[in-house]
Ligand binder design. Structure first.
Ligand code: V47
Ligand code: SF4
Length: 397
């Protein structure tokens, strides 16, 4: 049964409450849902109902297509002047143990390690330290492009930009222009956490505010450039705060159209100052993906970051509004493994990503950062490897 028929059947279900029926009808006729309706979905809607709505939207936009890319991360440092309570990095600066601070040469060496490999994106994000300033990052982006012009530099968040622009005494518009000239190609979605000041003040005090986060993305979009957005959920926030966050993203997207992808980030509670806060269930993760898909009617893509939620939850999410599962990663990011994610060494080959997507009947497409198609894997067969000799059963007389 296709997604549209499932939605029709749901709308015709006499046991559905009037309010949930109205929301389903809005989705069918491509109408936007309101703030109160968003909160109502979080409070009252069952997973099955949300899946039908979110999958309808997902399939209308993308059919079965499921995107991934070939990427690697550089995390310049795991030390940070800030003290976000949820961050498993921020504990380290106090202990001064296990910290790393890469030099420019070390970061360029990481890039050079991928020479000859078909990666398309480097994602750079880490802690905030004074030596990583506007001059440093400008030189880094320029040097990466000089070495490998085709590699897309997706780097830093408004948390870093706010800090380095303030230090360099430039306003956001000038700062973003300088970054573009230096070779920045896009901004990842991090640092958004939860915009609501009463929650942000508790979990991510001192770093840029939600308003500043949005202003920096707006300036970047004004330059004709693209970025992503995230939301850290499942900690001390209430459903109203999640919808407030989605509402502010939706409003900015109406204005600029510069966001490509929304990535909900599940709070993980290992080795941070919020370890006493329990993690939410997989069911809540799936509900959250679905509500994000329904609410953000002006975002093209919803991404499930497999490194954070595990491969099997990433597969499940593809039926709840998600159409992208990020990349190969090559074990280059620590931020989630340190916070307790199942994947302690996140890395998947292209073949593994393709099979993970095909195994649940979806259609894998390798994209670049801007969603240009690199390879369509629908009918692609990987060569079957010759089995090593030791697989042969011994002959028993
Ligand atoms: O801003 C930190 C989050 C973010 C924890 O744009 C945590 O394609 C959960 O933004 N539990 C950085 N989350 C990562 C990020 C990202 C990841 C993948 C793809 C993209 C993209 C962006 O990680 C931080 C923060 O919200 N984070 N600690 C934690 N304990
Ligand atoms: Fe620093 Fe980012 Fe961790 Fe906050 S989340 S302490 S800004 S590395």
């Amino acid at each position: 049964m296709n997604a549209a028929t499932k939605l029709e059947l749901l709308i015709g279900d006499s046991s559905l409450s009037t309010e949930l029926k109205l929301i389903a009808e809005k989705v069918k006729s491509n109408q936007r849902i309101s703030f109160d309706e968003g909160v109502l979905l979080y409070e009252k809607a069952e997973l099955g109902y949300l899946g039908v709505l979110a999958n309808y939207i997902r399939e209308k936009r993308h059919g079965d297509k499921t995107y991934f890319n070939r990427n690697f991360h550089i995390e310049p440092t795991n030390l940070c002047i800030y003290d976000c309570k949820f961050c498993s990095y921020s504990v380290l600066i106090k202990e001064k143990s296990q910290g790393w601070e890469y030099t420019m040469e070390q970061m360029l060496d990481i890039v050079k390690n991928y020479d000859g490999q078909p990666v398309t994106e480097v994602h750079i994000v880490g802690g905030v330290l004074p030596q990583y300033d506007l001059k440093f990052y400008s030189e880094l982006f320029t040097a990466i492009h000089k070495h490998r012009p085709d590699l897309h530099v997706k780097a830093l968040t408004p948390v870093e930009y706010h800090y380095i622009f303030k230090k360099a005494k430039v306003d956001y518009a000038t700062g973003m222009k300088l970054m573009k000239e230096a070779g920045l190609d896009s901004i990842p979605g991090g640092g958004a956490e939860i915009f609501a000041p009463e929650i942000r003040e508790i979990i991510a005090k001192d770093k840029c505010t939600g308003e500043e986060w949005l202003q920096i993305h707006e300036e970047w979009h004004k330059l004709g450039m693209r970025s992503n957005a995230t939301m850290l959920y499942g900690h001390i926030e209430k459903f109203e705060h999640r919808i407030d966050h989605l509402e502010q993203l939706r409003a900015l997207q109406d204005k600029t159209g510069g966001f490509q992808t929304f990535i909900p980030l599940k709070f993980r509670n290992q080795d941070n100052q919020m370890s006493h806060v329990p993690e939410v269930s997989v069911i809540e993760d799936l509900r959250n993906y679905a509500i994000s898909r329904i609410y953000l009617d002006n975002f093209d893509h919803i991404k499930a970051y497999w490194a954070m939620i595990s491969r099997s939850t990433a597969q499940l999410s593809l039926n709840f509004g998600v159409d992208d599962i990020d990349g190969t990663l090559d074990d280059t990011t620590k931020i989630y493994s340190m916070a307790g994610a199942e994947e302690q060494h996140p890395a998947m080959s292209t073949q593994e990503l393709v099979e993970l997507i095909k195994n649940i009947g979806r259609h894998p497409v390798e994209r670049d950062t801007l969603y240009n198609v690199i390879t369509d894997y629908k009918d692609f067969e990987f060569p079957v490897e010759e089995k090593p000799k030791y697989y042969q059963l011994p002959v028993i007389n």
